[in-house]
Write a protein that binds this ligand. Structure first.
Ligand code: GLA
Length: 378
């Protein structure tokens, strides 16, 4: 990947630049809790974006996307937004850095990635974090702190890509650490690294290869539901709600909003339960919570789809310890915690049954917990 990117850079720009990378993420538990001020428990994965970048001494950015076989050129003023949606991620990162008083000058870049698109593994956060980190390194002497880099990515989604996402994906992509998960409190932004080596188990993603765009999707509507309920309860976010408070306003809110909020209230407690269980090596509890999350996401939050529910059913049949929808939903992957001795059978069965039912095989990605955004030394 690195070689491919630097070769193309040389071809396009006749010189070399600095290489950067940033990963996608997975999340063990804590879904749709980030924008509700709750907890999340993600880690960075071994798939990411690789970019070679070099300041070009102008006020223009020239970027080539190897995977899309496309290029874009844009200035750094608000009115210079590029047409292509992929280039808007990079433009947004430049603009959000400038808005925060950071420095950005023209640069040439070539990038490519191996995060599957639309699989819920945050390919867009990887792209944002890769460029935010590179701009910090190349133009700002690394003076922008890492939380701000994550926020630059998140604001890019909000202001240039139409997704009102939380902070989890960009946080994980920036702060990821090999073999560690991170429990982040999305209200205080305090976080803790947890060493992660699930003894006797494997963690694997099963990608349904069903893709749904998040912009204009029910994702923003879910967030709006949560905000409506919080407002009705007179609190800032659902982080401060419990079931008794929710039940007290049940008749004043729609049934739909009630079930959305119920899921979030239950999910934020599950993150803490899973962290404790992991510390004790109690994988049965971790797995049970994962199944509960799946059921909540499917029935109460309604972000599942037929294919994801099917994958979850097959996991149960195969005796998988825990399985659930991962990420925003509406397609993408399930994350599965599987005992070593059941692993081969699970992979074989889920691949075969899914193929029989939907006419294509799911992709299988073993989770390898990796480092976050960084410059690559040559
Ligand atoms: C998407 C968003 C995140 C988070 C998850 C659901 O990945 O980008 O901020 O809300 O969905 O947990």
């Amino acid at each position: 990947m690195k070689n491919k990117v630097s070769k193309e850079f040389e071809k396009q720009f006749g010189t070399t630049g600095t290489l950067y990378t940033a990963p996608g993420r997975f999340n063990l538990i804590g879904e749709h809790t980030d924008y509700n001020g709750g907890f999340v428990f993600p880690g960075a994965i071994d798939k990411g974006i690789y970019a070679m970048i070099r300041p070009n001494g102008t006020d223009k950015v020239k970027v080539v996307s190897l995977d899309l076989n496309d290029s874009a050129e844009f200035g750094l003023n608000e009115s210079d937004a590029p047409e292509q949606s992929w280039a808007r991620y990079i433009f947004g990162v430049c603009r959000e850095t400038l808005k925060r008083g950071g420095k950005v000058e023209g640069f040439d870049a070539v990038f490519a990635g191996n995060v599957p698109l639309g699989a819920g593994l945050s390919s867009s956060a990887a792209l944002e974090s890769c460029f935010a980190n590179a701009i910090n390194d190349l133009f700002n002497d690394n003076t922008i702190d890492k939380f701000e880099l994550a926020r630059i990515g998140q604001s890019t989604e909000h202001n240039y890509c139409g997704v009102n996402c939380g902070i989890m994906d960009q946080f994980a992509s920036v702060f990821g650490r090999k073999d560690h998960l991170m429990r982040l409190d999305c209200r205080s932004m305090e976080f803790e690294y947890f060493p992660f080596k699930p003894e006797g188990h494997k963690l694997v993603l099963v990608d349904s290869r069903v893709k749904h765009e998040l912009a204009d999707s029910p994702y923003n509507k879910r967030r709006a539901s949560c905000e409506r309920v919080a407002k009705r309860l007179g609190i800032e976010t659902l982080r401060d709600a419990d079931m008794a408070m929710l039940d007290a306003v049940k008749t004043d809110i729609t049934a739909e909003d009630y079930f959305r909020a119920k899921f979030v209230i239950e999910e934020k407690d599950r993150v803490l339960a899973v962290c404790d269980a992991l510390n004790r090596g109690d994988y049965e509890t971790v797995g049970r919570c994962m199944y509960e999350t799946h059921d909540g996401l499917s029935k109460d939050y309604e972000v599942s789809c037929e294919e994801l529910d099917f994958l979850n059913d097959v996991a149960r049949e195969c005796g998988v310890t825990g399985s659930r929808i991962m990420g925003g939903g509406f397609g993408g992957c399930t994350v599965n915690l599987v005992k070593d001795e059941l692993y081969d059978n699970f992979i074989e069965t889920v691949t075969r049954k899914f193929n029989e039912r939907y006419g294509h095989k799911p992709e299988i990605y073993p989770v390898i917990v990796s480092d976050g955004a960084r410059r690559l030394e040559d």
